[in-house]
Design a binder for this molecule. Structure first.
Ligand code: A3P
Length: 283
């Protein structure tokens, strides 16, 4: 279930009238200290949010905050948050707040599309109907996100191509740090350092190492699942936090049939031939 507007599929949970809501997002007041985390769903949002949060608080301890999504922008809530705020969105660049587009700080995280699709499918299967579950097969999900634009947050290729174009623009105003999920898996410390430098966080290597250690998949899964946000109880069938599944690169190999894989690779070659962004499927 989605809300269609402006040739884009917004999540059904988007509040009220989409046009009015988009206007609220576009005109949201942004602070110099804000950082916006941008991802296509299931590309590592919670992972990077935790790293950013630890760096900004100067503490290698898990945050107790929920994700502060601007997609469901509620001004009275977002405006009351203390600085520095970590905002989060799955929206295409064009719908972001104007002030962020002009002069904000954005961390954009990308993940290879095959693993993203598997991660999304597994998460949707855990959600209750009211929270946006998906009753179709894995094959049907691939159809939705790669070969149509009728799924919540639209077509994966469209999302990635728009962000790729923005990241290539030289005089775009906002500052963007691009992180890749697969590179983070390969070398988390260097990527934590990149984030610290981007946010001008002055810290030594010992602290970087502590953050990286706290943010390994195993440690995050244990730490975060022990204290889940209360809302997960109502969203999932088993009442548990459905975010930390495998945290691997290449799990797609157990899911894509040869035929699905061939079809995807052909579509990828067709759609992405002029793009600069690239994706890694194995480490
Ligand atoms: P999998 O379902 O493949 O395991 P998001 O936060 O955008 O919803 O993304 C969730 C995906 O990121 C899940 O992928 C999850 O396991 C993975 N992830 C979360 N924390 C991670 C970490 N510390 N290291 C590696 N992957 C992580």
């Amino acid at each position: 279930r989605v809300k269609l507007y402006d040739h884009f599929s917004f999540p059904y949970a988007f509040p009220g009238n989409v046009k009015d809501h988009l206007k609220k997002i576009a005109t949201a007041r942004i602070r110099d200290t804000d950082v916006l985390l941008s991802t296509y769903p299931k590309s590592g949002t919670h992972w990077v949010r935790e790293i950013v949060s630890m760096l900004l608080r100067g503490k290698a301890e898990y945050s107790s905050d929920p994700l502060h999504s601007i997609d469901f922008y509620d001004s009275s809530y977002i405006e009351k948050l203390q600085s520095p705020r970590i905002l989060q969105s799955h929206l295409p660049f064009r719908y972001l707040p104007n002030e962020i587009k002009r002069q904000g700080r954005i961390i954009h995280v990308s993940r290879n599309p095959k693993d993203t699709a598997v991660s999304l499918y597994c998460m949707l299967k855990k959600l209750t109907y009211m929270s946006g579950s998906f009753s179709g097969s894995f094959h049907a999900l691939l159809q939705c996100i790669f070969y149509s634009d009728k799924f919540s947050y639209g077509n994966w290729f469209d999302f990635v191509k728009e962000w790729d174009k923005v990241m290539r623009q030289e005089n775009r105003g906002c500052k963007i740090l691009h992180l890749e999920y697969e590179e983070m898996k390969k070398d988390l410390k260097s990527n934590v350092r990149k984030v610290a430098d981007f946010l001008s966080v002055d810290c030594d290597e010992e602290f970087i190492n502590m953050v990286a250690e706290k943010c390994t998949f195993k440690n995050m899964k244990n730490g975060k699942e022990a204290n889940p946000q209360p809302y997960w109880k109502d969203c999932t069938f088993d009442g548990r936090m459905p975010i930390f599944r495998r945290g691997d690169v290449g799990d797609w190999r157990s899911w894509f049939s040869d035929k699905e894989n061939d079809r995807f690779d052909k579509e990828y070659a067709r759609q992405m031939k002029d793009q600069q962004i690239s994706f890694r499927y194995y480490i």
